[in-house]
Design a protein around this ligand. Structure first.
Ligand SMILES: [Zn+2]
Length: 299
């Protein structure tokens, strides 16, 4: 049972939308890749946990606070125990030397064990304060099969890509979810913080962004108006006008929550490809009419 789902980070959604409409700086590209890679790793681990037999409770992407904030990739409640997973989607070859982690070119990287142990300690204290008595075990997971970690210490609960399947199978199948586990999961979900106070978000201005309607098949800003819709010059994908407008409306709302959705604003955002009149009709049809002066809202 999944008690808390994983959502795509808003920072990643922002980069995905922005990368279509502006040239990201090298720093932004790096950040985009890193956030995307982290998320992909977490989703990869989700597919492993989906294979877990028997009954259990999974909480994905939990933000807790106990004196300090802490983001936890995955929490599993199973067999009377709580498991915390810190997931790393590293690619390439790494080696451990004297409690430090290095890339093969000898560049030292932030030790993920420190991150896991910090999460462990904050969660342990939160569990104590919530009077949850189940024992806590924490693992560092290198999830990507294209990653090798040499000389990983054997006594630090590190799971390497080649050990993943065996690790998942080692959990006993038979046990049922206990009321204690259920109660603990409910308390943890209730303590999850939905809006992170330090959600990183790229900065951008409306004027910097290319106007138009991206192709929703290939993502390129290469569409042109066609009868009843838009077509992509590159991949030939056709999108109905109403669908295209709804899609760019949600993009616009996400990137500029303070701006109003009006036929004029969407006309401009969509690169003036679909007539204002048509946009007005589509908005009228799909959007909740705000107040009595709905024309004022849309126009
Ligand atoms: Zn396309």
């Amino acid at each position: 049972m999944i008690a808390k789902q994983r959502k795509k980070p808003v920072e990643l959604i922002a980069y995905e939308l922005l990368s279509k409409r502006k040239q990201l700086s090298e720093e932004e590209k790096k950040r985009h890749r890193s956030v995307a890679k982290g998320f992909e790793g977490e989703v990869m681990f989700d597919t492993y946990l989906d294979k877990l037999a028997g009954e259990h409770i999974i909480l994905r992407d939990v933000l807790i606070h106990h004196n300090k904030y802490c983001q936890i990739d995955t929490i599993l409640l199973k067999n009377g125990k709580i498991f915390l997973f810190e997931i790393k989607n590293f690619i390439g070859e790494y080696y451990w030397d004297d409690d430090s982690l290095f890339m093969l070119n000898q560049v030292e990287i932030d030790n993920p064990l420190v991150q896991r142990d910090r999460a462990h300690s904050i969660l342990r204290r939160l569990l104590q304060s919530l009077e949850i008595k189940l024992p806590l075990f924490s693992y560092l997971i290198f999830v990507n099969p294209d990653c090798s970690v040499f000389q990983a210490p054997l006594d630090k609960q590190i799971i390497l890509p080649t050990q993943m399947n065996r690790f998942i199978k080692h959990f006993p199948i038979t046990t049922n979810i206990t009321s204690q586990e259920k109660e603990a999961a409910e308390k943890l979900v209730a303590n999850h913080i939905e809006n992170s106070p330090f959600n990183p978000f790229p900065s951008y201005q409306y004027d910097q962004l290319e106007k138009g309607i991206p192709c929703y098949h290939c993502g390129e800003m290469a569409t042109y108006p066609q009868k009843q819709g838009i077509e992509c010059r590159l991949c030939g994908h056709f999108e109905k006008g109403s669908e295209a407008i709804m899609l760019i409306c949600s993009e616009f709302q996400f990137l500029f929550p303070e701006r109003k959705i009006t036929s004029t604003s969407i006309y401009d955002w969509g690169g003036r490809m679909i007539s204002r009149r048509r946009i007005f009709r589509i908005l009228q049809q799909y959007y909740e009419k705000k107040g009595e002066h709905r024309c004022h809202f849309f126009e």
